[in-house]
Design a protein. Structure first.
Length: 117
């Protein structure tokens, strides 16, 4: 199983950035997909998740600014981030979780997002 993130980088405060995560070797359409992040000196935290039925869940800190979506034809999940703040600086990780067999959980290698002027 591979989850490959892309789209990270340096962005100015208030700017947008979109992350992508392409999955392979899983039945992508049935998995709950998520984005997590780990900032400097912090624990990894949930950012957003999307179920196979496209129900979404967001951390309070990103509600109204971030949007998670999925394209099952491309085995890809996206995180559109708007109005970025310096506190959004973190390594962002893609996650895939089987809806019933919780042992089947996978992580990407992470992509760095830095928000700075």
């Amino acid at each position: 199983v591979q989850l490959v993130e892309s789209g990270g980088g340096l962005v100015k405060p208030g700017g947008p950035l979109t992350l992508s995560c392409k999955a392979s070797r899983i039945v992508f359409s049935i998995y709950t997909m998520g984005w997590y992040r780990q900032g400097p000196g912090k624990q990894r935290e949930l950012v957003a998740t999307i179920t196979r039925g496209s129900s979404t869940n967001y951390a309070d800190s990103v509600k109204g600014r971030f949007t998670i979506s999925r394209d099952n034809t491309k085995n890809t999940v996206y995180l559109q981030m708007n109005s970025l703040k310096p506190e959004d600086t973190a390594v962002y990780y893609c996650n895939a979780l089987h809806p019933t067999l919780r042992a089947y959980e996978y992580w990407g290698q992470g992509t760095q997002v830095t928000v700075s002027s």
